[in-house]
Ligand binder design. Sequence first.
Ligand code: SF4
Ligand code: SF4
Length: 320
Amino acid sequence: MAKPKIALYWCSSCGGCEESVVDMAEDIIKIKESADIVFWPGAIDTKYKDVKEMKDGEIAVCLINGSIRMDEQQYMARLLRKKSQIVIAQGSCAHIGGIYGLANFYTKEECLNRAYKEVPSVRNPEGILPQVKSKDDERELELSGFHDLVKPLDQVIEVDYYIPGCPPNPKYIVEAIMCILQNKSIPKGSVFADRKALCATCSRSDTKPEKAVLKEIKRVHEWIWDPEKCFLAQNMICLGPATRGGCEERCIKANMPCRGCYGPTENVVDQGGKFLSALASIIDSKDEDELKKIADSILDMGGIFYRYSLPSSLLRKRIK
Ligand code: SF4
Ligand code: SF4
């Protein structure tokens, strides 16, 4: 009997999500015994035309990582949706927009100017920007169109399940694929991670402040952090209270605060807003000048509170 088919694809991606597939290590063999990987541009030589030639629904499960910003990514996401029974958004970029989503604080023109004209390492005296269509001698060249906004996968196609994280925990990739291959019933929209916030499993939660204690905010390089104590109790921003657990506290164990890559917890729409509310509840001041000083010490509030989730937040982009 033919084995079920698996596909993997990357959109605006750094490659870290592909690496997390490789990090499944010997579990890849377990998957290989139960299914055939028929499309994976990051690892095997397959072409877009191979996907086009497949029947609708021929792929049992397709994992797509990276956010969507280009015509080509949108086209491939739609094509793979048509050809797949189940689509999983893999990693923060596909799940909630990811780190590239911070580009939504800028216009498309600002992004292109910055990348192709302004950065110190670029030499572009004629100020040439990429064009969708251009001519080089006799050849006509075509590039993929660049969209106004970065989007998570479910703003472009219907998504069945999500595996969060930047990069995701490989154990959830194995779990998600095996559950589907074994026909386990999983409610649509499920997120393969914990339901509760990271603080629920964090080894430092005993020292997490319960009342207003914060008088200042420090940055990572400004202090020597006690490896046993909650970061919030040390005046350092940690997004654990507003972030879904499941990462096995990898950053916390490396003495780095949570940056929020697992996205919001169940039933929370706006991760940044939720964290702002948690932070405000432990600031120990009612004095307006002191409060302003504390707020001003957070140098990039949007970039910290919405580092991974801006495109799927209530803000979605810069509001003028
Ligand atoms: S989620 Fe993180 S690891 Fe995956 S593609 Fe995006 S930036 Fe890279
Ligand atoms: S705020 Fe951060 S350090 Fe403190 S308990 Fe939560 S996850 Fe752990």
